[in-house]
Unconditional design. Structure first.
Lengths: 240, 295, 218
């Protein structure tokens, strides 16, 4: 019943080829920025959760539980539709008037905070894998508690969870596609957008799929190389 | 591993290509399918007042849906049996693909007939005539397109006709320095953005703007300004190369123009007692008259 | 805070939860069945089973679910010449996608069953599919229960992605109400709370199963 004329030139034809590349580039820097937020925040939350201080543990636990049990799309909508109105009127108006591409900024924040919760869980499993004696041994050498974390515990824990972290980065990369729902023209959104002008959605979506596939494979290969260099003998936290 | 992956994807693409070549280019007409299954699937808008929208009771109603009901009734008369009228939501982004891939049999959703779209789908005769304008908060300094310079203007991401029209104005330096085009999934979201202050104006067809304004909590807070920038005739979206179905749809429309049904439906939604008051322009009336082909 | 807007539209939005649960149930059942086959395929030593299955699993795990949903709703109909409804294409997309994740869970579960079990089964004269069906899988599934429950919670959250093709599940309904009522804060807090409560219950159930399993193993 349907006849589809494939037109692969849509992938490099002006202006669509450039638009597609812009979309891919947007995906890349959106994911990296979100990851740049997620990593430090995630480590901080993980540390909060193993602190002897009860309020810190509760706050950390609440953060992770809340952000992991609400779908990312809902969080994204909340950031985009609701958060600006929560700000005082003057700030809100300043935001709209002066921030170009507000959707992008809010998308980064939503993705970053969400991924931070997942990173926190991964890092926490790494921290729990550190043998208990390490902390006491480090303290006995004269390091302060903060110092033990900085020089002994964290490096150990992070090396153990590198596989988990690489999985989380890939998830972050894939989740960037959700930003298209609030108007960010990343890979998936751009493939769709080009489709509405040219009606050659099959070609553009195939290209988008290939982008994610190649990225995924590259990250896996890269990570296995890094992991083999940084592996701690005898302690590998494998994917659950 | 990479080699195997490429091999598998190459095989899949080859399979797709041969399947495409092997399939015959013709198939049964939508008319025959409707007669066979007793169902007609029509796509309608969800956030376009008063064409297709959710009213206070959560019901999905609109001018386009009444037109669809007339079409379903005509089908029942033609086939002499009950035809189930199924409504599928569609938005500016997916309305063309949904008809092109056969998910819906006809798209009645205030879609502008453009030559570019004619390459992927077919259209019925025009049934509505309007043009693009701007929706702004009351008292806004924006009165014409020149004042959009440097401002944020909202457009529907699937309203390619609107996007092209605005882009042409930017390229012709009518709007200089260029405005920032902010894309929204549909007009309802665009209006929400306007209310929240994310954009300074929303650009689309006057009928849509009037509808958005009518449905606002305080219609007097908004106004439609500026002369028509582009010309927008609406048509039903139909699958390509299906003359049987297209002729039937056109005949139904023409009959409605001639026997007054269309005018009645128009006044229900756009007349004095309707959702919003948008009297038919002179050109619109002439268009309907010209299309009233004899039997 | 206008909480009335939630009360006014509760029936409409709650109807969306029904759709969400339906999709979750089908995706869970279908995905698990297909995932078991794929998981066993991943452990197979027969090359023409192992390689295609591995390609399938790696492919689907590399794609964002949004893209898979688009494929099945817009593009597969163009290729096969037949339209699929929003609901059907969502179900197919979910089953195909989640099966790849279940495959890995199943693979882990089956590997956790001690090798002696399979050997004992074969020595009793049972064939491959009997060994799997009566000996390995029941034990593996018990081990996998916490991971399966977690994945069920993930599927429940992922149903919100069907939003992009206009499926009237819970989140889209909330969104439709928002575009009419313009009360984003109340509505998205409501949506978030509903998901939070339901998914927390699911995660808590998963944790209890995990703890019970650890106790039972001793």
């Amino acid at each position: 019943m349907l006849h589809y004329d494939f037109d692969w030139s849509v992938l490099w034809r002006h202006p669509y080829g450039k638009m597609l590349l812009q979309g891919v580039w947007t995906t890349v820097h959106l994911s990296l920025l979100a990851w740049a937020i997620a990593l430090p925040v995630g480590v901080a939350i993980a540390l909060c959760r193993i602190m002897p201080c009860r309020p810190a543990r509760l706050v950390g636990g609440a953060y992770v539980e809340t952000l992991r049990n609400i779908p990312l799309l809902v969080q994204l909508f909340f950031w985009y539709f609701a958060v600006p109105s929560l700000l005082p009127g003057k700030t809100e108006r300043w935001l709209y008037a002066n921030v170009r591409d507000l959707s992008y900024v809010l998308g980064v924040l939503a993705l970053g905070t969400y991924t931070a919760a997942r990173v926190a869980e991964a890092v926490r499993s790494g921290l729990l894998a550190v043998p208990a004696g390490q902390f006491r041994a480090a303290l006995s050498t004269g390091l302060s508690p903060a110092g033990t974390y900085r020089h002994v515990i964290l490096p150990y824990a992070l090396r153990v969870v590198i596989p988990l972290l690489s999985t989380e980065f890939l998830t972050c990369f894939k989740n960037s596609s959700l930003a298209m729902t609030i108007g960010v023209m990343e890979t998936t959104g751009m493939a769709n957008y080009i489709d509405s002008f040219t009606f050659h959605g099959l070609e553009t979506t195939t290209a988008a799929s290939l982008v994610y596939l190649l990225t995924s494979l590259s990250v896996i290969v890269l990570m296995s190389r890094i992991e083999s260099k940084m592996r701690i003998p005898g302690m590998i936290a494998r994917e659950r | 591993m990479m080699r195997k992956l490429f091999g598998a994807s190459a095989a899949a693409l080859l399979l797709m290509w041969t399947a495409n070549m092997a399939c015959p280019a013709h198939a049964e007409s939508v008319m025959d399918k409707i007669e066979r299954t007793g169902k007609v699937n029509m796509g309608h808008r969800e956030g376009a007042v008063p064409f297709g929208y959710m009213d206070e009771k959560g019901q999905w109603v609109g001018f386009d849906m009444d037109l669809g009901a007339e079409l379903a009734k005509a089908l029942e008369t033609k086939f002499g049996k009950k035809i189930e009228y199924i409504k599928t939501p569609m938005n500016p982004k997916n309305r063309i693909p949904l008809v092109a891939n056969g998910t819906v049999d006809v798209g009645i959703g205030s879609t502008t007939i453009t030559l570019e779209r004619e390459e992927a789908v077919d259209f019925s005769l025009p049934y509505f005539l309007t043009g693009t304008k701007l929706l702004v908060p009351k008292g806004s300094p924006i009165r014409d397109y020149r004042q959009l310079a440097g401002k944020k203007v909202g457009v529907g991401s699937g309203s390619t006709a609107n996007i092209k029209g605005l882009q042409k104005a930017i390229d012709a330096k009518t709007i200089d320095p260029p405005c920032e085009m902010v894309l929204f999934e549909d007009h309802a979201k665009g209006f929400l953005g306007l209310q929240q202050g994310k954009i300074d104006a929303y650009f689309t067809d006057e009928a849509m703007l009037a509808g958005m304004r009518a449905k606002a909590q305080k219609p007097d807070d908004w106004e439609v300004v500026a002369p028509f920038l582009t010309y927008e005739p609406y048509g039903f979206i139909l699958p390509r190369d299906d003359s049987k179905w297209r002729d039937f749809v056109n005949a139904t429309l023409i009959r409605m123009y001639k026997d007054g049904t269309f005018e009645k439906l128009y006044n229900k939604w756009f007349g004095p007692g309707g959702q919003l008051v948008l009297p038919m322009t002179g050109e619109y009336r002439i268009m309907l008259k010209v299309l009233s082909f004899p039997d | 805070m206008d909480l009335q807007v939630i009360a006014r539209n509760l029936e409409f939005m709650a109807g969306g939860l029904v759709v969400t649960f339906e999709i979750t149930a089908v995706a869970l059942a279908g995905g698990l069945l297909w995932g078991i086959l794929l998981g066993l395929g991943r452990l197979s030593r027969i090359p023409w089973i192992y390689h295609p299955v591995t390609v399938y699993v790696h492919f689907f795990r590399s794609q964002p679910l949004i893209l898979v949903i688009f494929w099945f709703y817009f593009l597969v109909p163009v290729m096969i010449g037949k339209p699929l409804g929003a609901f059907v294409s969502t179900l197919i997309a979910f089953v195909a996608f989640e099966a790849a994740y279940f495959a890995e869970i199943v693979r882990g579960g089956v590997q956790s069953v001690s090798g002696g079990q399979a050997a004992a089964g074969y020595s009793c004269g049972l064939r491959y599919h009997q060994v799997q069906l009566y000996i390995i899988l029941p034990q593996a599934l018990r081990n996998m229960l916490p991971a399966l429950t977690t994945q069920a919670v993930v599927i429940f959250q992922d149903t919100s992605l069907a939003y992009v093709i206009g499926l009237r599940e819970f989140l889209r309904r909330v969104n439709l109400v928002d575009t009419r009522e313009a009360r984003s804060i109340e509505l998205y807090l409501f949506a978030g709370t509903v998901y939070l409560v339901l998914c927390s219950l699911g995660s808590a159930a998963a944790r209890r199963l995990e703890r019970r399993r650890e106790v039972g193993l001793s």
